[in-house]
Design a protein. Structure first.
Length: 83
């Protein structure tokens, strides 16, 4: 199990070597693929958060209530829960 955490920590460290602009661009490209695959689209203005270097262990969970129209997240980092 420690090995799994080490892999995640290393992966997150690699992610932070890229600029926020590059990470956001790649994220939107993958999000486009997901939207086309599942037929779910997001309309959001000002609701994007980009993780910082301090988030070495990042666990993201989304509210899965499809009737709410909301896509709220809970982010768990090595510093605790952020909402």
């Amino acid at each position: 199990m420690g090995n799994s955490n080490q892999k995640q920590d290393g992966k997150m460290t690699e992610i932070y070597k890229k600029s926020e602009a590059e990470r956001y661009f790649k994220f939107t490209q993958e999000l486009k693929k997901l939207s086309e695959k599942y037929g779910v689209f997001i309309h959001s203005t000002g609701g994007v958060c980009i993780a910082t270097q301090g988030c070495e262990k990042l666990i993201v969970e989304y509210d899965n209530d499809h009737t709410s129209g909301d896509l709220r997240n809970t982010v768990m980092t090595n510093k605790g829960v952020k909402k």
